[in-house]
Design a protein around this ligand. Sequence first.
Ligand code: MN
Length: 138
Amino acid sequence: MKQINPQTSKGPDDWFTGDVHPTIVLAGEEPSRVRMGSVHFAPGARTAWHSHAVGQYLHIVEGIALVQERGGDVVTLHPGETIYTAPGIEHWHGASPDSFMVHLAIWEVPGDGGAETTWGVHITDGEYRQAADARTGA
Ligand code: MN
């Protein structure tokens, strides 16, 4: 057995807008390439646009989450719900404007050893407000 002591740090400004604290819960022992993070978002905080080489599952633990794929509707998710984003699909995720949000994120390092996540531009305050106003599934 091996006990894991998760490490928390403030998410880098290049990847997040607002106060976001990811905790890497586990990084799978080879041959596993699984990764799991528990990510705390303050109200209004969100990721930049990004994609995952091997896709990603998000499981909402607390609060209200907003998730959007490029060109798609803004989806509202609640605790206990899980959403999957396919490999290479650009998307962002974050808290709603008036609630904290915690999700688990599960993804993998690609088998070729390449980048697990590719980061893009931030969601501007205007884009975020528009997304929050247009959300569905609330
Ligand atoms: Mn993601």
